[in-house]
Design a protein around this ligand. Structure first.
Ligand code: UT7
Length: 323
């Protein structure tokens, strides 16, 4: 008998304001055509003034709890993957805990930038498998619009705000790849690449700062590393690309998503793509795509899913799970 961390519920929240590519044409030297053809992005959502990451995360959490048929006090732990917590501290997770009216358990943030949700899934699984928690709410929530330099056309057109959440629950499995739940994962980071994707602010600078990215460099690493980590995780689970029902990738760039699928020899009709509607929402992009993929009727119980992501650090990894 093996303890598995199984998905009980999923949900998401997107801020009301939708910004089409054309809106940037008035303020910077760009075009809808450039943004679409280079990134696949058509629109993104931006949080309203005063709307914070924990506000978005709490809404996604409520949706996931409702989907699971649970209430906040049924949860033992909340993990929030984010790089845009409302304040330096306390964590967005404890703010969400309070917002949900959850009076028990524990909550903390985890920061691995765009790979944050993949890292958070593995930590939630570890809490469940080690018996420290039976049910974990795993949230990816971001307001990257707060980090944009609106004069930098190479970055400000690419990112968006949003949140997604999963409820994971301990369940008994047979210990085979036919089990539901998280089956394997593969995590990496390499701090030597800190200068190609970072925010030039933080406690050492006295200001929040802006996101800086050497896009081409990051692109090159993404295409090289994502298929490799997905293969490794599948191999650890005793599976291969041919077993995959859905790749649910980090949604940064459609060209990265399709190059990764191609390297994995998985056709694009088995890839959940939301980048056109959300832009890059960093740690929120995978749970958003899982939730939207379920809503669209793409993801069904029993489906084998591979998630993969890469971001600042660099940090990257993948998780194989059966829905
Ligand atoms: O989530 C974390 C991980 N992040 C990523 O995965 C992002 C990875 N990188 C990318 O997605 C792509 O590299 C970008 C979408 C950022 C850029 O696409 P690219 O094909 O690598 O373009 P580029 O940076 O090489 O720029 C090509 C040209 C440049 O002009 P010159 O030097 O050829 O004259 C840029 O200045 O496009 C120009 N450019 C723009 N033009 C119109 C850059 N941004 C824009 C813009 N509108 N918004």
């Amino acid at each position: 008998m093996t303890i598995r961390a199984v998905v009980k519920g999923v949900g998401h929240y997107l801020p009301e304001r939708v910004v089409p590519n054309s809106e940037f044409e008035a303020t910077i030297d760009t075009s809808d055509e450039w943004i679409r053809s280079r990134s696949g992005i058509e629109r993104r959502h931006f949080a309203a003034e005063g709307q914070t990451t924990s506000d978005l995360g709490a809404r996604a959490a409520r949706a996931a709890l409702a989907d699971a048929g649970l209430v906040a006090d049924d949860i033992d732990a909340i993990l929030v993957a984010t790089s845009t917590a409302d304040l330096t501290f306390p964590s967005a997770a404890t703010m969400i805990q309070a917002e949900l009216g959850m009076t028990r358990g524990f909550a903390f943030d985890l920061q691995a930038v765009c790979a944050g949700f993949v890292f958070a899934l593995t930590q939630a699984q570890a809490l469940i498998v080690s018996g420290q928690a039976r049910r974990v709410l795993v949230i990816g929530a971001e307001t990257f619009s707060r980090l944009m330099d609106w004069t930098d056309r190479g970055t400000c057109v690419l990112f968006g705000d949003g949140a997604g959440a999963l409820v994971l629950e301990a369940a008994k499995g047979a210990g085979t790849a036919a089990d539901r739940g998280i089956l394997a994962s593969d995590l990496h980071s390499d701090g030597r690449f800190k200068d190609i994707l970072y925010v030039d602010g933080g406690v050492s600078t006295g200001k929040t700062g802006h996101l800086r990215m050497a896009g081409k460099e990051v692109f090159r690493h993404a295409v090289e590393k994502l298929a490799e980590t997905a293969h490794t995780a599948l191999e650890k689970a005793g599976l291969s690309s041919g077993d995959v029902d859905w790749i649910v990738p980090h949604q940064a760039n459609l060209r990265i998503i399709s190059a990764t699928a191609q390297r994995m020899q998985v056709p694009m009709d088995r890839v959940v793509v939301t980048v056109q509607d959300h832009g890059n929402t960093s740690a929120a992009s995978i749970p958003l795509a899982l939730s939207v993929g379920k809503q669209r009727g793409q993801i069904k119980p029993g489906d084998l899913i591979v998630t993969e992501a890469i971001g600042g650090g660099l940090a990257w990894g993948s998780v194989v799970l059966r829905w």
